[in-house]
Design a protein around this ligand. Structure first.
Ligand SMILES: [Zn+2]
Length: 304
């Protein structure tokens, strides 16, 4: 069988695309669950007559495993709605395999990128929203979907659940230091918009990968990225060769290990994360990502 292949062109990717891992489910309230394939994480909710699922996981096999686990957890209710947290294929690439007939809610910018991308398996959104805050009711569930501006990916939506005192924000802050390469993080605004979520009342934070965590750990995650931003700027003054992994690992790692060395993955990832962030200051960001209005390029060019 040939799987939906996203943007892969090699047939060798088929085995990766087909794998269906065991999923771990964590019940966070009467109506809300978190689910992980061991690395990636998302949430789903039991609505009146159906299930609302955030994202799809990143392969057809994982999307099927996600769907099957939802069916086991909430028997008798089908997925009526998928909400895309952002455009990336590793989170939202395979609605075709998860729920081929469900409504898809996404931000306008996310929808435009998906339309142009035409990745196999990534369904086009059917219900497009825009603006910083959308309060919508879907099958009896009140959703608060937030896009304060460019943070990660394109048209990123975080979800706030007042009743659960819970924030879900995929691929933004993590419970650890495993950020790695950080492609498509919009450094200029990232921490500012993340800290803005602290104006809302919530105690539990669900990230797009790794463990469910706390508000305090979320704040530490903001402090961590901000501290790397600070230290990478100092690296210029100290004439650290900023493109050399060992040099950045040593300089930024030594400066931050006392404050953040306890974060899981710190030693393995601080060098790479620093190299990514230092290039923000070296180059001025990538294309439109670090301007206040990155959507301007697609504004009048793509019709949905
Ligand atoms: Zn992403």
């Amino acid at each position: 069988m040939s799987e939906n292949k996203g943007l892969f062109t090699s047939d060798k990717a088929q085995a990766y695309l087909a794998e269906e891992p065991e999923m771990e489910v964590e019940k966070l309230s009467d109506r809300l669950w978190s689910i992980s394939d061991g690395v990636y994480r998302t949430i789903f909710l039991e609505a009146e007559n159906s299930v609302l699922a955030f994202d799809t996981f990143g392969t057809p096999g994982r999307a099927r495993a996600y769907g099957r686990t939802i069916a086991e957890t909430i028997p008798g209710k089908a997925i009526s709605t998928v909400i895309y947290s952002h455009d990336h294929l590793d989170h939202a690439g395979f609605a075709e395999d998860l729920a081929p007939n469900a409504d898809i809610i996404a931000d306008e910018m996310c929808a435009k990128v998906i339309k142009l991308r035409q990745a196999e398996g990534q369904r086009q959104p059917t219900n497009v929203i825009s603006g910083k805050e959308n309060q919508i009711t879907v099958d009896g569930i009140d959703l608060v979907l937030l896009n304060p501006g460019p943070t990660h990916g394109t048209g990123h939506l975080s979800a706030w659940f007042k009743e659960e005192k819970l924030l879900f924000s995929s691929d933004t802050i993590l419970s650890n230091a495993r950020y790695g390469l950080m492609p498509d993080y919009h450094i200029w605004n990232f921490v500012k918009f993340m800290r803005g979520f602290l104006d809302l009342e919530w105690d539990t934070f669900v990230p797009g990968r790794y463990e469910v965590t706390t508000r305090a750990q979320f704040e530490k995650g903001c402090d961590y990225i901000e501290a790397i931003q600070e230290e990478t700027q100092k690296a210029f003054v100290e004439f650290v060769p900023i493109w050399v992994m060992d040099a950045m690992h040593g300089y930024v790692g030594n400066s931050l290990k006392e404050r953040f060395g306890d974060l899981d993955g710190f030693d393995e990832h601080i060098g790479l994360t620093s190299i990514r962030i230092v290039h923000h200051y070296l180059m001025g960001g990538w294309s439109l990502e670090d301007t206040p209005t990155p959507g301007i390029l697609l504004a009048d060019e793509v019709e949905l």
